[in-house]
Ligand binder design. Structure first.
Ligand code: 13P
Length: 251
């Protein structure tokens, strides 16, 4: 059966010293929490990755927030999937809406990133989600269906099975306007159905689908209780160890 995961996306926050401290605090809290019903992932900025890896134990995995769409070479400022693998980073977030909207990352670019992540043994946390106008005009199923199809459906079933999906409606990110459990479950069920149509029920049933967008310690329990919501990708609330742990223990 599929795994539950709670992942903290720190975005561009925390100095190196602050990031190490946060990772230590999360690690201590996870160890103290005993048996958990989910895997725990933290996604600090690139600069912090190796230091955070050193201070986290086996119960806290580390993720990059992005990787390059090219394998290597003259791409100033980029970090490749191979470099992440060489630093023993197991996960990489791909296609976050902030990458899509501020850095022009198209479905085609994101498909290349997913390929490179998988070639290098990384697990992609692949983000999809509609903007407010697309929600309001009722096009959200089409949008998320296209994003997953264009970004991932070129993969073999074997490779697709290594990916985690994160549904993050753009209108809910950083706005305090969480999708209701009903709204999120509706889209998660649609995503799983879309995966089943392409790869079959078994792959779909084993795919972890996370919800992201103003998920916090107060609403996580209701969201995670939904049958097709397998955890969360947490922004703001992952920057405070105590809040993050309360989300982790919400299952
Ligand atoms: P917030 O939890 O701050 O809304 O961010 C969600 C997100 O974008 C996680 O990737």
């Amino acid at each position: 059966m599929r795994k539950n995961i709670v992942a903290g996306n720190w975005k561009m926050n925390k100095s190196l010293a602050e990031g190490i401290q946060l990772a230590k605090d999360v690690n201590v809290a996870v160890e103290a929490a005993g048996a958990l019903k989910c895997d725990v992932v933290v996604a600090p900025p690139f600069l912090h990755l190796t230091e955070v890896s050193k201070v986290t134990g086996p119960k806290v995995s580390v993720s990059a927030q992005n990787c390059a769409a090219e394998a290597s070479g003259a791409y100033t400022g980029e970090v490749s999937a191979a470099m992440l693998q060489s630093a023993n980073i197991p996960y990489v977030i791909i296609g976050h809406s902030e990458r899509r909207s501020y850095y022009g990352e198209t479905d085609a670019i994101l498909a290349k990133k997913a390929d490179l992540a998988l070639i290098n043994g990384l697990k992609p946390i692949f983000c999809i989600g509609e903007e407010l106008s697309q929600r309001d005009s009722g096009k959200y199923f089409d949008v998320v269906g296209q994003q997953i199809e264009n970004g991932l459906f070129h993969l073999s079933a074997n490779d697709f099975a290594k990916a985690v999906i994160a549904y993050e409606p753009v209108w809910a990110i950083g706005t305090g306007r969480t999708a209701t459990a009903g709204q999120a479950q509706e889209v998660h069920a649609f995503i799983r159905k879309t995966i089943a149509a392409k790869y079959g029920e078994e792959v779909a049933g084993n795919t972890t689908i996370l919800y992201g967008g103003s998920c916090n310690e107060n609403n996580a329990r209701e969201l995670f209780a939904c049958p097709d919501i397998d955890g969360g990708l947490i922004g703001g609330a992952s920057l405070v160890a105590d809040k993050f742990i309360r989300i982790v223990t919400s299952f």
